[in-house]
Design a protein around this ligand. Structure first.
Ligand code: GDP
Ligand code: MN
Length: 397
């Protein structure tokens, strides 16, 4: 789960990390009052969306020369005006895709004078099962671009969980960033705070881009992106409370409420499968036969009929779906439960696209009976490749 920049900064502040003072606004009428809570002389006005690249982003239907999602203002009035211009509009950045994201919140921040822009991130390194530190002198830029063009400007290392964070980790970062004097101590304190926050809150990622050296020579976090391990959210009510459901794919949101492992993709074939491995194989074979999956969906082992019904409804609610492939190997999952769920869902929401069903395993005959006597227009398939071939043919003609 991701959170907004202003929320991430509040968390950072609570761990002692240096960030600017700021206030968030959601309603245009309140923009002036809230901007007025900062003293100036420089205000930064920042669109809050769960995507990076806002500064270089563009609003849909923006006037020629209009600035992106991060703007500087020199007075309360100007700051409020910029916020009013952003609220409710759709911002497109290289991370949002062409559809963009609607701006529901704008953050006012005390503007900083910047001497240097640096990059610092913590993330989970799956290979070593440790927390990795990534830093670079090329702050303010897309780190993927730096990695592709000038990888020698990135330092990355992992922290041994046995020793935990040690001040020399921070000094290593400081020297590689070319910091000097008081900045070295600041850097080592900062990294220690970030590491503690990362562990305490079960983060997946903390990205500070840019980390700046101010004109007074102090380190400060000017931007913050934070992601959390969703499997650990049950023990972090404070983090869960920061969830902004308007930022999430409505289909994925509905799926998470029903405890379904669903990920929306942009293909045309909706998939309902049990088991993550079989789901991956199903996506692969759809591609092999020349089409693209519209989603990943693992209904899980002990899914109930209600859960299957919800899953099927989520798939059919996707306008990109031109055909559905149900691929079940009933081990713990019973084929009759799947069949009942499919029939129930179709009764509720109808079926406007071809449906191929491949059932195998526990109670397979019972499952096939339920489908055959339901009056549904189901194309039966015998195995994985037969199923993929049939659904691709049905969709592509
Ligand atoms: P992003 O584009 O979504 O990554 O948003 P950022 O918060 O990183 O802001 C983009 C850029 O705006 C930064 O790289 C800075 O160059 C600039 N910026 C952000 N805050 C300030 C500020 O307080 N003062 C100045 N002068 N520039 C800022
Ligand atoms: Mn940034």
């Amino acid at each position: 789960m991701n959170i907004h920049e202003y929320q991430a900064k509040a968390l950072l502040r609570s761990y002692g990390v240096p960030v600017s003072k700021g206030h968030v606004v959601t309603r245009a009428e309140e923009a002036k009052t809230i901007a007025g809570e900062l003293d100036g002389p420089l205000w930064v006005v920042k669109a809050q969306i769960h995507a990076g690249g806002r500064g270089k982003g563009r609003f849909i239907e923006s006037e020629a020369g209009e600035k992106g999602g991060v703007r500087l203002a020199r007075s309360v009035g100007e700051a409020a005006e910029e916020a009013r211009k952003m609220l409710g509009r759709t911002l497109v950045t290289h991370q949002t895709g062409p559809v963009g994201k609607q701006v529901g919140r704008v953050y006012f921040e005390d503007g900083s004078e910047i001497a240097r822009e640096l990059y610092l991130a913590l993330l989970v390194d799956r290979q070593s099962s440790r927390i990795a530190v990534v830093c670079s002198t090329e702050g303010g830029m897309d780190i993927e671009e730096v990695a592709a063009k000038t990888p020698e400007r990135i330092l990355s290392f992992t922290i041994d969980p046995v020793t935990g964070y040690q001040p020399w980790h921070g000094r290593r970062v400081a020297f590689s960033l070319g910091l000097e004097g008081k900045q070295i101590k600041q850097c080592s304190t900062l990294l220690g705070q970030l590491y503690k926050l990362f562990l305490d809150k079960d983060c997946e990622m903390i990205e500070i881009n840019p980390l700046i050296v101010s004109d007074e020579g102090d380190l400060k976090c000017l931007d913050a992106k934070m992601g959390f391990d969703s499997n650990a959210l049950y023990r972090h009510d404070d983090i869960l409370a920061l969830r902004d459901e308007t930022e999430e794919d409505p289909k994925e949101l509905a799926a998470s409420k029903h405890d379904l492992n669903y990920i929306a993709l942009d293909g045309e074939i909706g998939c309902m499968v049990n088991g993550a491995g079989l789901a991956m194989a199903t996506m692969d074979i759809i591609k092999l036969y020349g089409a693209e999956p519209a989603n990943f969906l693992d209904v899980g082992g002990g899914a109930t009929r209600e859960k299957v019904t919800e899953a099927f409804k989520i798939i059919t609610s996707d306008p990109n779906v031109k055909g559905i492939l149900v691929n079940i190997f009933g081990g713990i999952m019973r084929c009759d439960v799947i069949a009942e769920g499919v029939v129930e869902a179709v009764r509720e929401v109808g079926l406007k696209v071809p449906l191929v069903v491949r059932l195998e395993g526990t109670n397979v005959e019972k499952g096939k009976d339920i489908l055959n006597t339901s009056g549904l227009d189901v194309i039966a398939a015998d195995d994985l490749s037969d199923a993929a071939e049939k659904i691709v043919k049905a969709v592509k003609g």
